[in-house]
Each structure stands twice: as structure tokens, then as C-alpha cells.
Ligand binder design. Structure first.
Ligand SMILES: [Zn+2]
Length: 430
């Protein structure tokens, strides 16, 4: 896929750094930093409240309502919940009318979790190393991101930081697993707003030393092979869906994948059959392909179709020769159950230049990573975007043992704020 990145090489290294330094020296920005410094307990209390609200994939409504209430409480402008549950609210620009249609910066955080309904979610708060420690499923991924977004919004509004373009806060649904990025995908399908996005910062999880700037694409498929089935003895010779599927999977598993661009292939689940003495009526498997290259994903998809088609054909052909009482054939379906676009930011993308300058200002060394996040969607559209932590530390994402500490949350929040403000200045000049 060819990418057209807007406004490449916006500032030379030194001017990006000078710009960040100038922003950080503004009096209202100091006041915003001070708000973040003085309110760790407010943020921990909000985080405790948020993690207690269940948000399984496709069940985020209670969290949408919570986020909309917080957006209104903070004083965000034009708070709205869209058709699929994304919550939007604006921090307006200083000298622009509310209905201006120019550039804006998006800061988003996903509100869904991987945990099914019924998972015990109550957070346990303790003190550790002079910081607050919270243990609860979803406390980092992505309560940390959502709280970071709320902190940014509240600090900007509280300190009356003058913005050259509006900042759109987006609490989105559907990032995890089968959600398949549907929240951010839906946002970018709404042309009127999407066309105004100059840059997009995704806040996901804790930490302040990494950013995901290469969108690892993925495609997931469910393969199902069906046949007439029958008795293992009296219907012997009937084409067998398990045999066809097993052959297809074996062929697929032998498909070579390159190390560069990073590409992986996984057969994740296999199901099928009725009993040991039955010819099965169906068998299915799910597969997951990942790559930074859209071409590689396409190549694997073609390999999958070929492997299944060939295996089904061979199974039917063998049955025809072996069985005089041919009872039918096996057929297959391949359903796409996930599709996240692959894309890479250019090394001189403005968002990376701005982040490098911010990190230099804060004395942080950023590790650029590869991942599959909400940022995949804007990156694939050619919009400068990345996913980063919202400060603090923690681990155990996607497990019941997940924990978070707000030690060093402050520097993470400063990093997010300086990046947002630097990009806002740049966006105003485009
Ligand atoms: Zn996440």
C-alpha cells in the first residue's frame, strides 16, 4: 500500500525541539502541569470508578455513559455519543468559532476490555513506593489511557491553555479482539469530522517510554468444511470434513513467511466431529495472519484459499474413487472474522518528529514498537498517528492479575500534553 503522509518533514529536529521548549515555558502550560501534579488522587479515584464498570466487547454502553458524564463534568464542548457508542467532546480552540471546519487533533482511548460479562472487577488499592497501586482487570488496558485522556482535557480546560486548533477527545468502543477496531473505524467513516484530523494520538495502557508507530496488520479467518456425514462403518468412504480441513491446515502451516517485513501465521482453533464412530458433518478452524505489509497479508489470504480449495477437491476426488455409494461431497466456506490494516509511519512523519522533540525535552528515550492498535486505522489512511502509554506503570494486561501504579504518571501525562500541543501548533500552520 502506498501512503501519502501529510506535511512530511514539518520541522527540522532543532526547530521541533525549540518549539516544544517554547510551549513548555508558557504560563498556562505550567498551570496545566501543576493541575496534573496536584491531582494524583483524583485520577486514581476516577480510575477505580472506571474499572468497576464492565465493558466486554460489544457491551460498552455503561462505560460510554460514564465517559459522556465525565466529559460534561470537565466542561468539554459538544459532548455526543455516536451510533455505536463512541463518546466525543471538544476542547475548543482559543480564537476560532465553535463551528469552524479546520484542522483538529484527535486524542483517543478505547473503553472496552477483553473481559467477559460477569468478571469480578473491583479494584484493590494499596500504597507502594510512595505511589498508589491499583489491582483490577483492565486497570492499565485501558483505564490508564482513558484516565490520561480525562486528565489532559481537565488540565487544559482548568489552566485555560490557548489552543490554536480544537482537540477532539474520543472515548471509543471496540478496540479489543473481535471488536476489530470498530470504534475508530466508525469514527473515520464519518467523513465530516474525519476529513479534519491533522494528527491522532491513541492513549493505550501505562508507560512513558514507548510508542507504537508501525501498524501491524492482521487478518483472521474462520474456515468451515461441511459434508454429508454418516456412520463410520456403513457410510465408510463418505468424504470427511476433518480430513479435508487437516490437509488444508497442514498445507497452510508450511507456507513460508518472511522475517522482514515481519509476518506471522497462526492456526488458533480447530473444532469438529460428532463422535469417534461417525463420519463428521463439519469441521472448522480459525487462523490469524499478521504483518506490517499489506502485500504479505494478501499473499497469505490467497495461500489460505488455495490450500482449502485443493484439500477439499482432493478429499472429494478420493471419495469418488473409493466409494460406489457416493453420498455427496464436502464443501467449504472461508469467513473473514478480523481485518486490521497494515501500514507504517514514515521515519520523518511530523508526529514522530514531535514525539522525539518532546522526549528529548523530558529526558525520555522512546522505544518505537510494532503493534496492532486503534492507530492502525488513521495510519493506514495516511494520517500521522501513533499509540502511546498514558504514564504510570503496570503489567498483566488481558489477565485477572492486571495492576497499575501511578508512580511517574505525571511525566507520562506531560509527555502526552506536550505532544498534543506541539501537533496543534503544527496543524494550525497546515
Ligand atoms: Zn488496549
Amino acid at each position: 500500500m502506498l501512503l501519502t503522509l501529510k506535511g512530511m518533514a514539518i520541522f527540522s529536529r532543532s526547530s521541533a525541539f525549540a518549539r516544544v521548549t517554547a510551549i513548555a515555558a508558557q504560563r498556562p502550560v505550567h498551570a496545566a502541569f501543576a493541575w496534573m501534579h496536584n491531582n494524583p488522587k483524583t485520577l486514581i479515584d476516577l480510575q477505580t470508578e472506571l474499572v468497576a464498570i464492565p465493558a466486554p466487547p460489544f457491551g460498552e454502553q455503561a462505560r460510554s455513559e460514564w465517559a459522556a458524564a465525565r466529559f460534561k463534568e470537565i466542561g468539554l464542548d459538544r459532548v455526543q455519543v455516536d451510533a455505536i457508542g463512541n463518546v466525543l467532546g471538544f476542547v475548543p480552540a482559543a480564537d476560532l468559532p465553535a463551528d469552524s471546519t479546520g484542522h483538529l487533533i484527535v486524542v483517543s482511548a478505547h473503553i472496552d476490555t477483553v473481559f467477559p460479562a460477569g468478571t469480578p472487577l473491583k479494584a484493590v488499592l494499596s500504597r507502594e513506593d510512595g505511589a498508589n497501586r491499583l489491582a483490577a482487570p483492565g486497570v492499565c488496558d485501558n483505564a490508564a489511557g482513558v484516565i490520561g485522556m480525562l486528565a489532559l482535557a481537565q488540565a487544559l480546560i482548568h489552566a485555560k491553555v490557548k489552543l490554536p486548533v480544537p482537540i477532539l477527545m474520543l472515548a471509543n468502543v471496540g478496540e479489543e479482539g473481535e471488536g476489530d477496531l470498530r470504534g475508530v473505524r466508525h469514527f473515520y467513516e464519518e467523513r465530516a469530522l474525519a476529513g479534519r484530523v491533522a494528527a491522532h494520538i491513541v492513549l493505550d495502557g501505562a508507560g512513558a517510554d514507548a510508542a507504537v508507530a508501525q501498524a501491524l496488520g492482521s487478518r483472521r479467518f474462520q474456515i468451515t468444511v461441511r459434508g454429508p456425514g454418516g456412520h463410520s462403518f456403513t457410510d465408510s468412504g463418505t468424504p470427511n470434513p476433518i480430513v479435508a480441513l487437516a490437509n488444508a491446515v497442514a498445507t497452510l502451516a508450511r507456507t513460508p513467511v518472511p522475517e522482514k517485513p515481519t509476518t506471522t501465521l497462526n492456526i488458533g482453533t480447530v473444532q469438529g466431529g460428532t463422535s469417534v464412530n461417525s463420519v463428521p458433518e463439519s469441521a472448522s478452524a480459525s487462523v490469524d495472519f499478521r504483518s506490517t505489509s499489506a502485500d504479505e497479508l494478501l499473499r497469505l489470504e490467497v495461500a489460505l484459499h488455495r490450500a482449502v480449495e485443493d484439500a477439499v477437491e482432493q478429499t472429494n476426488a478420493a471419495a469418488r474413487y473409493s466409494n460406489h455409494r457416493n453420498r455427496g461431497v464436502v464443501t467449504f466456506t472461508i469467513d473473514k472474522i478480523g481485518d486490521r490494516p497494515a501500514a507504517q509511519l514514515a521515519a520523518d512523519s511530523p508526529i514522530l518528529e514531535a514525539l522525539r522533540a518532546v522526549d528529548r525535552h523530558l529526558g525520555i528515550q522512546t522505544d518505537l514498537r510494532l503493534g496492532s492498535t486503534d492507530a492502525n486505522i488513521p495510519i493506514a489512511l495516511g494520517i500521522p498517528a501513533l499509540s502511546m502509554g498514558a504514564g504510570g506503570d503496570g503489567s498483566g494486561a488481558h489477565t485477572l492479575a492486571e495492576w497499575f501504579t501511578d508512580k511517574d504518571r505525571e511525566i507520562g501525562l506531560r509527555r502526552v500534553m506536550l505532544l498534543t500541543l506541539t501537533l496543534a501548533e503544527w496543524a494550525a500552520e497546515q
